[in-house]
Write a protein that binds this ligand. Structure first.
Ligand code: CA
Length: 230
């Protein structure tokens, strides 16, 4: 699902740079040079995130953030404020206005993308805690469905729990016996080899989507789930 970002920034060069960086990372950007333009955009569509410059001609970014947070139709949209270096002292005022995060100019594309991702991820987990995501894998805890890039995956209940465990515990190595405890529970005696069998099956399901390498074998220890490899 493509996410939309509204960029409110009066300096054309910065606005274009933001649009270019975010567009290159797969976001769809809508640009506005001031609050009036931003408002007319918001009347037509609802972005997933607003990047809002602090210093704008006319209504300031901070005043606009306050207004958005008071509006019940808009107050769920996360806001990242852009500030210039000298304005850093005012950060507290900005957080009071309801901004979710800050980026201080000048910033790198990497920092920008990391902040945007973090805020979007945080918002998603607040809005729908029943949805887990790792890369392109999505687990719906309510319907017990697993999808990759929107394609449903046929998983058994054990495989579902295994994926759920991995996605909620990424970047850590687990031994087979730890996985048995966590995923199978300890009500029945199961051989450790069973873990390997299920891991193989899950990898096979992930393979057509290029996600199988997310489950890594850590020699003589166990397994690690790393969504970053995708
Ligand atoms: Ca400005």
């Amino acid at each position: 699902m493509i996410q939309n970002i509204l960029i409110v920034e009066d300096e054309l060069a910065i606005r274009q740079m933001l649009g270019f960086a975010l567009g290159g990372d797969g976001y769809r950007c809508i640009e506005a040079g001031n609050v009036v333009e931003a408002q007319s955009t918001l009347a037509r569509q609802r972005p997933d995130l607003i990047l809002l410059d602090w210093m704008l001609p006319g209504i300031s970014g901070i005043e606009f953030a306050r207004r958005l947070k008071r509006d019940p139709k808009m107050n769920q949209i996360p806001i990242i404020m852009l500030t210039a270096k000298g304005e850093e002292g005012d950060k507290i005022g900005g957080l009071d206005s309801g901004a979710d995060d800050y980026i201080t100019k000048p910033f790198s594309t990497r920092e920008l993308l990391a902040r945007v991702r973090a805020v979007l991820r945080r918002r998603q987990s607040e809005v729908s805690p029943e949805l887990l995501e790792a890369g392109t894998i999505r687990i719906d805890l309510q319907t017990h469905r697993v999808t990759i890039k929107g394609e449903p995956l046929e998983v058994s209940p054990t495989e579902f729990r295994l994926l759920q465990f991995f996605i909620t515990h990424p970047e850590r190595v687990y031994t087979r016996s730890q996985l048995l405890d966590e995923v199978w529970g300890n009500e029945t005696y199961i051989e450790e080899r069973t873990v390997d069998v299920h891991i193989r099956r899950v990898r096979k399901l992930l393979e057509p989507f290029g996600c199988d390498e997310m489950i890594q074998t850590v020699r003589s220890v166990g397994y690690r789930f790393s969504p970053l490899v995708q």
